[in-house]
Write a protein that binds this ligand. Structure first.
Ligand code: NAI
Ligand code: MG
Length: 353
């Protein structure tokens, strides 16, 4: 199969882990006889430094022209400590999602058996957990009007959802539930928020079209609690942008580390695949970042954008083997991990496939 993949590492550890994700794609191409070509583009802080724009037109054009995008992360401490900065790395990320119509963010919370002990949650609570989040990605409070009034002393962010926006993500979640354990949990805050009341209304209206899927509605505060108390009860979860952002970081603790979770953003055009973590300034440049989230994002890319299921499974099996062989990056190691089994970012990539 011939495909063109755009590599967009972005900032911080995005650079370090995406390099490993790309290497794994190269190994898969060699192993399965595919012809993948690559190009690279800038986003985030590195793009601002080079062009003044967090998402240069050239990057957007290259994204549109490619068959899939492997993305890293954006962010720089400079902006985190300066809320007044007008041009910011995350604007590049939000604009990319909006421009490419990436309204559905799929986040599989996959727990590798070997990492049962890496989580702060008890193994007997975790064992068998397997959740697929559908986070809406182009609406909600992130994209509504925002600003200041009263001479800057009052700030506001407006959350908006249209029926159409809720329906298209809900349908994707219902369809996915059908291929899994046929359970869908829709998470909202319908007791308080009008956007959530519309959300719940739309999901309830669609439910009769999917009689084989068992639907449940949960308030986000209670869902946050249940996720840790009894993660096994969840199969597919669908939720709005802000709730999904927070719940999936929480759910990363089911998988053991932020460094283990991949995501796929799909919608109207090219799919974008990225770790759920950020640019992690605290560990940037140390060579200790866990590259497996990027590697597992590459696996999602092959499966979802190219329909290459066997190739995708081969990557997941390689990650499983790496962990079974006892190798760990620092974030998933514990006091029982022998020093010679603790790998740096690059070495973890070399160990795979
Ligand atoms: P973060 O996800 O970058 O890091 C949170 C914690 O998890 C840190 O202690 C970090 O060291 C650890 N961690 C994350 N990924 C890891 C990996 N692969 N291996 C080992 N440890 C890992 O979130 P944080 O610290 O809140 O934000 C840092 C920057 O990233 C900020 O500028 C933020 O705006 C940006 N950010 C970007 C995102 C994106 O590009 N999608 C998402 C979240 C944050
Ligand atoms: Mg987040």
């Amino acid at each position: 199969m011939k495909k063109h993949i755009l590599i967009v590492p972005g900032d911080g550890i995005g650079q370090e882990v995406t390099e490993v994700g790309k290497k794994v794609l190269e190994k898969i191409a060699a192993k399965f006889g595919h012809e993948f070509t690559y190009d690279e583009a800038l986003i985030g802080h590195v793009a601002i430094e080079a062009t003044g724009n967090p998402l240069p037109d050239e990057t957007l054009e290259k994204m549109r022209a490619s068959d899939a995008v492997l993305f890293g992360a954006v962010g720089h401490p400079k902006y985190d400590n300066d809320p007044s900065a007008k041009v910011r790395p995350e604007q590049g990320l939000l604009k990319m999602r909006k421009e490419l119509g990436l309204y559905a963010n799929l986040r599989p919370i996959k727990l590798f058996d070997e990492l049962l002990g890496a989580s702060s949650i008890k193994p007997e609570i975790l064992r068998g957990s397997d959740i697929l989040f559908f986070r809406e990605l182009t609406g909600d409070i992130y994209f509504g009007e925002k600003g200041r009034k009263n001479e800057g002393d009052t700030a506001y962010d407006i959350a908006e959802y249209s029926r159409y926006e809720v329906e298209r993500i809900a349908r994707k979640a219902f369809d996915a539930a059908r291929t899994r354990r046929k359970k869908l949990c829709s998470v909202d805050k319908a007791n308080v928020l009008e956007t959530s009341r519309l959300w719940r209304e739309v999901v309830q209206k669609l439910a009769p079209e999917y009689p084989d899927v068992e639907v449940e509605h949960q308030f986000v505060d209670s869902a946050a609690m249940m996720l840790i108390k009894d993660p096994k009860r969840f199969d597919v979860v669908v939720t709005a942008n802000l709730f999904g952002d927070i719940l999936t970081d929480e759910a990363s603790q089911i998988a053991g580390s932020m460094g283990m979770l991949a995501s796929a953003s799909v919608g109207d055009s090219t799919g974008v695949y990225e770790p759920i973590h950020g640019s992690a300034h605290d560990i940037t440049g140390k060579g200790i970042a866990n590259p497996l989230a990027s590697v597992l994002s590459a696996a999602l890319l092959l499966d979802i954008s190219f329909g290459l299921k066997a190739e995708s499974d081969a990557i997941i099996a390689a990650v499983d083997k790496l962990l079974k062989d006892g190798f760990r990056t620092k974030d998933i190691a514990d006091e029982t991990t022998p020093a010679d089994k603790i790998l740096n970012t690059q070495a973890a990539g070399e160990e795979l496939l």
